[in-house]
Design a protein around this ligand. Structure first.
Ligand SMILES: Nc1ncnc2c1ncn2[C@@H]1O[C@H](COP(=O)(O)OP(=O)(O)OP(=O)(O)O)[C@@H](O)[C@H]1O
Ligand SMILES: [Mg+2]
Length: 409
């Protein structure tokens, strides 16, 4: 019996084996609605069915088993030996005790949940394990991509979301590099909305004691998109004009940069006390602007200001978003843009309002609305073709030190 299906790299294939009709129904209701997930369910017990499961192509396997039965546990052990490192397996059990926990651990089960299982917990577990073992491995030194606006509404959030998706899917269909998108626009953040997620970052709770923020608390404040993308976003508080203690923000950034392989920051327009720190810690710095004279002027001014502040740090590059050749009566052409911005010009991303709107309204990446679209293709050329080289500053100092240094300065 074939469980997994070969799929395009940005779809998550969840394969489930269960003999419990109610559990099967709740899984269908949870995963079935998502267009980012290919769900395959096989009805039957692990003891009877597991040997004939073909898991090739599955991103995550979920096994509903009776951990109190020796034949079920033996069948699970056979499967684990057969599949080796990948795909990761999540066990869902009815009964649970210390012996079961130890056995599952020894078998290298990626995660286990005890019934009754809340659908959101299963989604989170799947997203977490789909990101690969790198997610729980040694602290990493993330590649950091930062997007900041030259003018309002230029498309920072849109490009940040799409870049995060590209990075997440850059490892091929089998392994997804752990990737986190952080919305630092605490006041008007749109990332959670664009991905149809519930924002979970509670800065007010962390603020009195930033040291409390550890990997475990971070996990609670992450939202996971069905693709496996981790997102940090705070609920919008449009009427609240306040800045957060830079220590909170720097602690958050430090944690994120040591726990993920790729981090993408969506920056606000306002310059906060922690802004320099984020820019300094970035490997790639993209200023997003539009094809208007003021847009180009602001982008140029921002490039100069950042170069002055960061010195030898990462060099800002300008992306002109919503570019449409020959549309404007002012006649701004690509060559004009290139000439105005010089070396700082990085890319012109085509205008396709209908496509972007549909992706936002459905809470999905652009590629899912239209595979091979021009916006994604152009962005891919920019962020994936040239691997992000660490700026000298970015690798020599841990992020937290750079942050403190920048804030003190
Ligand atoms: N390449 C594109 N083609 C067409 N429309 C686009 C493109 N990129 C973004 N948009 C649209 O532009 C609008 C603003 O995009 P987005 O929210 O990403 O910008 P922003 O810079 O984050 O804005 P804000 O200043 O509000 O944070 C959205 O309606 C989005 O649909
Ligand atoms: Mg935005």
């Amino acid at each position: 019996m074939r469980l997994g299906r070969t799929s395009s790299s940005n779809r998550t294939c969840v394969a489930v084996l269960t003999a419990d009709a109610a559990f099967e129904e709740s899984i269908r209701a949870t995963f079935g609605a998502s267009s980012a997930i290919d769900l395959t369910i096989v009805s039957g017990s692990v003891a009877e069915q597991v040997d004939s499961l073909d898991v090739a192509g599955a991103t995550v396997v979920v096994l509903d088993l009776d951990a109190g039965r020796a034949d079920e546990m033996a069948a699970l052990a056979r499967l684990m030996t057969r599949i080796g490192q990948w795909p990761p397996v999540i066990a869902v059990t009815q009964s649970f005790d210390e012996t079961v926990a130890r056995t599952l651990l020894q078998m290298r089960i990626a995660d286990f949940l005890v019934k009754p299982v809340a659908p959101i917990d299963l989604v989170r577990a799947c997203a977490r394990v789909a990101q690969g073992s790198s997610n729980v491995a040694e602290p990493t030194d993330a590649q950091i991509f930062t997007f900041l606006p030259a003018v309002g509404g230029a498309g920072v959030s849109t490009l940040a979301v799409q870049t995060a998706m590209l990075l997440l899917n850059s490892g091929g269909p089998r392994e997804k590099p752990s990737t986190c998108l952080v919305d630092l626009d605490f006041q008007h953040g749109a990332v959670a909305d664009y991905l149809d997620l519930e924002p979970r970052l509670n800065l007010v709770e962390i603020e009195p004691r930033p040291d409390r923020l550890d990997r475990q608390l971070l996990e609670v404040m992450l939202s996971y998109h069905a693709s496996g993308l981790a997102v940090i976003a705070a609920p919008n508080r449009p009427a609240e004009m306040r800045s957060f203690d830079p220590d909170v923000v720097t602690r958050l950034l430090d944690l994120v940069s040591t726990n993920f392989q790729y981090v993408v920051f969506d920056m606000p327009r306002t310059w906060f006390s922690w802004t320099d720190s984020v820019l300094l810690g970035s490997n790639k710095l993209y200023i997003v602007s539009e094809t208007t004279v003021p847009g180009l002027r602001h982008a140029k001014q921002l490039v100069t200001a950042i170069k002055e502040r960061l010195g030898d740090g990462p060099q800002p590059q300008v992306i002109i978003n919503r570019f449409q050749q020959g549309l404007f009566s002012s006649g701004l052409r690509l060559s004009d843009v290139q000439q105005t911005l010089g070396d700082a010009f990085a890319s012109a991303i085509p205008n396709d309002y209908a496509l972007v709107r549909e992706a936002i309204d459905r809470g999905v990446p652009l590629d899912e609305v239209k595979a091979g679209n021009k916006i994604t293709a152009q962005l891919k050329r920019l962020v994936l073709d040239k691997p992000a080289k660490a700026a000298p500053e970015a690798t020599s100092l841990p992020l937290i030190k750079k942050l403190k240094h920048a804030i003190a300065g």
